[in-house]
Design a protein around this ligand. Structure first.
Ligand SMILES: Nc1nc2c(ncn2[C@@H]2O[C@H](COP(=O)(O)OP(=O)(O)OP(=O)(O)O)[C@@H](O)[C@H]2O)c(=O)[nH]1
Ligand SMILES: [Mg+2]
Length: 230
């Protein structure tokens, strides 16, 4: 199986090399692609030095993920996403990829709320919003999610059919909703989570980030729930 790892990164010069190296150390990735969102620091350079291929994308978490998906090699079977801040633990990658490699599942998502969390690595709003979104999706599609974890693996051909549209923070939730609606075989796996290994928080650690991401996530929930299945 050819596994492409996609890491969106905005100004993550401190943690990014460690993230890339830890991914490669699992032996799972065939390639690691860091999507640099016009960082103003040395994120791209550090990522390259650590062994990643670097592509650039305009600002926006979803745009970064979409750009990364378009940049994978032609042989790619499975795409893995994780954050570039060191908070997701790449050592869980074999567990995320295995159900897809065994062909029992199409989409495997980590759950930080079901794993062990280093104190401070997730705040109350993140835990609660993941739970609430999970309850709503259970009502809508009968699929039980307990988190909107960015660390996830999906078959590339399945992802391509989801017609992903979200350009910013709605991307993760959109994928979960559309995967459930499309009837993909989904499994959630507990993953541990730690504090970012350097750099500064852009989302959950700031009031503005929380507000912007929160409103985008709510808008996504309504938009995808209201649009008929393509
Ligand atoms: N905010 C933001 N983050 C982006 C963007 N593109 C990529 N990212 C990356 O998205 C990931 C998540 O951002 P974080 O700042 O870690 O957000 P968070 O996980 O809610 O917050 P902390 O872990 O507390 O810092 C990181 O790898 C960022 O570098 C973008 O356009 N905006
Ligand atoms: Mg983070």
């Amino acid at each position: 199986m050819f596994v492409s790892v996609i890491i969106p990164a905005l100004n993550e010069e401190e943690p990014i090399a460690g993230v890339v190296r830890e991914c490669l150390a699992t032996g799972v990735p065939s390639e690691v692609i860091v999507v640099d969102n016009v960082s103003t620091d040395r994120t791209a350079e550090r990522a390259r030095e650590a062994g990643a291929r670097v592509v650039t994308a305009p600002r926006g978490y979803g745009r970064a993920c979409a750009t990364g998906t378009r940049a994978v090699s032609a042989e790619c079977d499975i795409v893995v996403f994780l954050d570039g801040d060191g908070s997701d633990i790449p050592a869980f990658m074999p567990q995320l990829v295995e159900p897809i490699a065994r062909k029992t599942h199409d989409f495997v998502i980590g759950s930080r709320t079901r794993g062990q969390r280093e104190p401070g690595s997730m705040n109350f709003q993140q835990i609660l919003s993941g739970r609430i979104a999970g309850w709503i999706m259970r009502g809508l599609y009968g699929v039980c999610y307990t988190d909107m974890c960015p660390f996830r693996a999906i078959r590339l051909d399945a992802l391509a059919k989801l017609d992903m549209r979200e350009e910013t923070y709605g991307w993760n939730l959109e994928m979960q909703m559309k995967a459930a609606r499309a009837g993909l075989r989904i499994v959630e796996i507990p993953v541990n989570h730690r504090n970012r290994t350097g750099g500064e928080s852009k989302v959950s650690g700031t009031l503005r980030g929380t507000f912007v991401a929160g409103s985008r996530i709510i808008a996504t929930l309504f938009r995808v729930a209201a649009t008929p299945k393509e």
